[in-house]
Ligand binder design. Structure first.
Ligand SMILES: Nc1ncnc2c1ncn2[C@@H]1O[C@H](COP(=O)(O)OP(=O)(O)OP(=O)(O)O)[C@@H](O)[C@H]1O
Ligand SMILES: [Mg+2]
Length: 210
């Protein structure tokens, strides 16, 4: 079992969307996947209520419950994805400590990029592999992505090679209890998630070779 944590203090950058999208991509790849929803807003838990499929399993977890929930998942799940709340929290450090890989979604805006060093420090403190994931990029031009990559480089951090652009399919899918890959399998959002998952899977293998 491996653990991916999605963390970023700034709200609304796409943490929960990324957690759901990667979880479904992993399920489609044949893995048994558990999402631990550590955000009291419970947006992933509510998405699961709207959903008919029984995979991924979604379970809410407090910080105190986390070790037990992870122990229970050890034999039952191939992959656990933990969604964490925005703002300064005790959930994010507890999750990062348990991570094999941390992903920090950010939009190409100054506000989340200014917050990123806090999450990076947390990951470095626990010596966890960490990558930024640029999300909600403007689909019409690469300029802002190049600039965002420069800002992330300047933090001595790495960004995932795959960028997620702003695509309506993510919102529409969420409303239907689905992800973009399920809602619009031939769309660009689906392609981007598939490519991101392929890269994430390889990073997980690097971080923990079998
Ligand atoms: N690539 C994208 N394209 C279009 N819309 C997106 C994309 N990623 C996320 N969204 C939308 O942006 C909004 C915020 O996303 P999400 O809830 O995943 O962010 P979050 O970081 O989990 O927020 P919070 O900090 O409140 O938990 C949602 O309405 C979601 O559908
Ligand atoms: Mg969220």
């Amino acid at each position: 079992m491996q653990v991916i944590v999605i963390a970023m203090q700034k709200g609304g950058v796409g943490k929960s969307t990324l957690a759901r999208s990667l979880a479904v991509a992993a399920v489609r790849d044949g893995l048994s996947v558990l999402i631990l929803d550590m955000d009291t807003q419970q947006s992933v838990s509510q998405w699961a209520e709207r959903r008919e499929a029984d995979m991924p399993v979604v379970v809410f977890s407090t910080e105190n419950e986390l070790p037990k929930k992870l122990a229970q998942a050890k034999d039952a799940a191939d992959l656990v994805i933990i969604d964490t709340p925005p703002a300064r929290s005790t959930e994010a450090p507890a999750a990062v400590e348990a991570a094999d890989l941390v992903l920090i979604p950010t939009t190409p805006d100054v506000e989340p990029l200014e917050q990123m060093p806090r999450t990076l420090r947390l990951c470095r403190g626990f010596q966890r592999p960490v990558f930024a994931v640029i999300n909600q990029a403007n689909p019409t031009g690469p300029g802002e992505v190049l600039q965002t990559r420069e800002v992330i480089d300047a933090m001595d951090a790495k960004a995932a090679p795959i960028v997620l652009h702003r695509r309506k399919a993510h919102r529409d899918a969420s409303a239907a209890g689905l992800t973009a890959q399920e809602y619009d399998p031939k769309g660009k959002a689906a392609d981007e998630i598939a490519a991101l998952w392929t890269w994430v899977r390889a990073e997980l293998q690097n971080s923990n070779p079998a």
